[in-house]
Ligand binder design. Structure first.
Ligand SMILES: [Zn+2]
Length: 152
């Protein structure tokens, strides 16, 4: 899998990772603004209409369309054994990143979860980060500590 760093068309930063998934498909994930897209996520595509149908209003409001018609959304990052980073807010102007660490499921509550699940998101430890601090939110769930092989 090939990976390179490009300038982000959304925030203009230089921490946007381009990853070649297959011959036709590549994805973009920006560590600066937290937005991501793929070559399948373009104006007029089925993937986009499906995404719009299932996404909360706030995501739609924050959608960004690049010059190449590729459509970007704020990312949701889930690492089941570490935590989750997601968008939390009420409007385009008023939102922040939220980070939640996962905790180990206790023996007495194991029957409430899937058999192979070992961790759950602990909403009690939710922490918020400013829009520009996506990296700090990722850091909060120890995103950067994981082995490369574990990353999607
Ligand atoms: Zn960006």
């Amino acid at each position: 899998m090939e990976e390179k760093i490009i300038n982000c068309p959304h925030c203009g930063g230089n921490a946007c990772f381009e990853q070649q998934i297959s011959e036709e498909v590549n994805t973009h994930f920006c560590f600066g603004c937290g937005y991501s897209t793929s070559t399948l996520m373009v104006e007029g595509s089925k993937l986009l209409s499906d995404t719009l149908e299932t996404s909360p209003e706030l995501y739609k409001d924050l959608m960004f369309v690049g010059e190449d018609k590729q459509v970007w959304f704020p990312s949701t990052v889930t690492l089941p054994n570490k935590g989750m980073v997601f968008l939390d807010g009420t409007s385009k102007e008023n939102w922040r990143w939220a980070a939640v660490q996962s905790v180990e499921i206790l023996a007495e509550e194991k029957d409430k979860f899937a058999k192979d699940q070992t961790h759950k998101m602990d909403m009690k430890n939710i922490q918020h980060f400013e829009q520009k601090d996506f990296m700090d939110a990722l850091d909060h769930i120890k995103f950067f500590d994981i082995e490369v092989a574990e990353k999607e």
